[in-house]
Design a protein around this ligand. Structure first.
Ligand code: SF4
Length: 311
């Protein structure tokens, strides 16, 4: 008998409270309202979640222009700029908002910081839907930076009135470096009352950190456009461990596993738990496997559903 491959399973992993709520909102709207039900943008950044809801009748669109007047439209977990809300209202669309409450918190901070006259520095990735939404709260007062080089190039109206916010799914260690650079340039810098990087991103990063040290290769289940999943892969690599993002079990490659005695496994906050089970099954089909879970935090958070979809 050959020695079993150890699968070191990171915990927490997979769905967070914001993703569970967003998916449940679409499921309920599909049950409760006449079809077609439209969803603006991918409800969460996972191809399997989107395909599953599509099969049940959801119609995913990129912009509100694709939604007929009077129809129901769900806003995705990543949030929307105020201009999108105004357009929906002007068009008489029935909006159900699946924005994660932790993204809504960042929007509220953007409004508050801008209202007191600060330049708001948003740390995040250009083009990501969450960033587009947050930027839209105070576009004339907000600037986007991705790294310390962007900070060095910043020009602000009043260096004594600068505050920062971050995208919720960034890597904590990388953001710390950017905030240090901001503070070095703007000593009076003010930040959010509590961290904008959400509990789910933080917990999944700490869990990957705990398995990466002991793994020969780390696999993260998630779609390529999932920010928090990408950060998990990068974090494992920064710790010196080979790491790969896979959408599902079909993404496994023999060359990654050849010679790996310990395979670390996690999943981003938008990846359904069943996909992790399927990866373990696929590993088992290649040879004996012993699964060990390493838990670094427990999660009990649940977000209430919007009143419009409650029974
Ligand atoms: Fe909300 Fe964080 Fe989950 Fe995004 S990753 S939906 S911000 S809890």
């Amino acid at each position: 008998m050959s020695e079993p491959t150890i699968v070191l399973l990171a915990a927490p992993r997979s769905f967070c409270a914001g993703v569970e709520r967003a998916v449940e909102i679409v499921e309920r709207v599909l049950e409760q309202r006449p079809h077609p039900v439209y969803v603006r943008k991918q409800i969460v950044h996972n191809s399997h979640v989107v395909a599953d809801l599509e099969a049940r009748g959801a119609v995913f669109v990129e912009e509100l222009g694709e939604v007929p007047d009077g129809a129901t439209v769900v806003f995705s977990a990543h949030g929307v700029a105020p201009g999108v809300r105004a357009e929906a209202e002007a068009r008489g669309l029935a909006v159900v908002d699946a924005t994660c409450p932790l993204v809504t918190k960042v929007h509220a901070e953007a409004r508050r910081f801008a209202a007191r006259g600060d330049t708001v520095v948003l740390v995040g990735h250009a083009g990501h839907e969450e960033v587009e939404g947050t930027l839209g709260e105070a576009p004339e007062r907000t600037v986007l930076v991705a790294d310390a080089d962007d900070v060095a190039a910043l020009e602000v109206e009043d260096p004594g009135r600068v505050s920062y916010l971050t995208q919720t799914t960034l890597a904590a260690d990388e953001v710390a470096g950017v905030v240090d650079a901001l503070r070095a340039r703007f000593p009076d810098l003010r930040g959010p009352g509590s961290d904008d990087i959400c509990y789910a991103s933080t917990n999944r990063q700490e869990a990957v950190q705990a398995i990466a040290r002991d793994a020969d290769v780390v696999l993260v289940v998630g779609s390529p456009n999932s920010s928090n999943s990408q950060r998990l892969v990068e974090l494992a690599r920064r710790l010196g461990t080979e790491a790969h993002l896979i959408d599902d079990a079909a993404g496994l490659r023999d060359e990654w596993l050849a010679g790996a005695r310990v395979v670390g496994l996690s999943a981003g906050a938008s990846a359904p738990p069943r996909l992790v089970e399927e990866v373990i099954d696929a590993l088992r089909a290649r040879g004996p496997v012993a699964v060990h879970e390493r838990r670094t935090a427990s999660e009990f958070l649940r977000f209430a559903l919007p009143p419009s979809v409650r029974p």
